[in-house]
Design a protein around this ligand. Sequence first.
Ligand SMILES: [Fe+2]
Length: 316
Amino acid sequence: MGIETALANRKGKEFCELPKVTNSNSKTRKNRRRYKKMSPVQKLFEMCKEVFTAGATGVVPPPEDIQRLQSVLDVMKPEDVGLTPELPYFRANAGSRTPAITYLHLHECENFSMGIFCLPPSGVIPLHNHPGMTVFSKLLFGTMHIKSYDWVVDVPSNTSATVNSSQDTTTSDVRLAKVKVDSDFTAPCNASILYPADGGNMHCFTAVTACAVLDVLGPPYSDPDGRHCTYYHDRPFSDFSGTLAIFLLGSNENVHSFLPLPNSEFSTLVLFGISVDGVAVPEEEKESHAWLQEREILPEDLAVVGAPYRGPKIVN
Ligand SMILES: [Fe+2]
């Protein structure tokens, strides 16, 4: 079910429930009283249950629910989930090329999942996607660099190319993406939100200092439901040389163009010149675009170890 269908269904529901405004107001008041007595993490859990009711790929909660959940996350602190920067998870590991990241699992059900990534300095969660999901990320402490992308949607998805990765040349499908975020974040800061088609659905986290990030995913990853986590390499827009094969999607058939390209500058010009609607990227926007290439095997620079959550109890 697409986002539009979900919105249409919701509109219908709101119309049917209109006469019950008084009841729903008193329910809201009761809810507020109930929430006041809860620990912050329990409040987050209860709010997730209210907000993520669909559990379906691509269904985004209504804006008012997004806002309610964000306001709970915005004020959360490390101590609300039993964390302090002194815990061993956050220590720099001398001699280790890729610092291990610790994942504390809080909860997972069909509709949502909650967990915390603990990163020592220089820890990296490589570029990955969140297919059909709405994701809240709350930095609890420390400084983290976030780089995120969204797909450029008005480009043929079957554009493929020979990508020159400095030493060797590999052929793989690549897809054009636009940078959404490329900044350092330091806690305390508000939770960031990404959506199925915008907000930076593909992101990479790099720990500038030791840091912890609380992630809420709705719905969660699920291979059977087509929500598989894919990892990517990001290639600069102009990082093409050698032979470029572009599949132009015509009105009636696919047209193959095999173009020998002597250097990367020329490849850019050719991309400008192929006249497929939407492919042309103005010179000044080249830096904010990249080609994302799927990584076939789990990144070797990703070492995530699970550890039990020892913060305030979550009662289901
Ligand atoms: Fe993520």
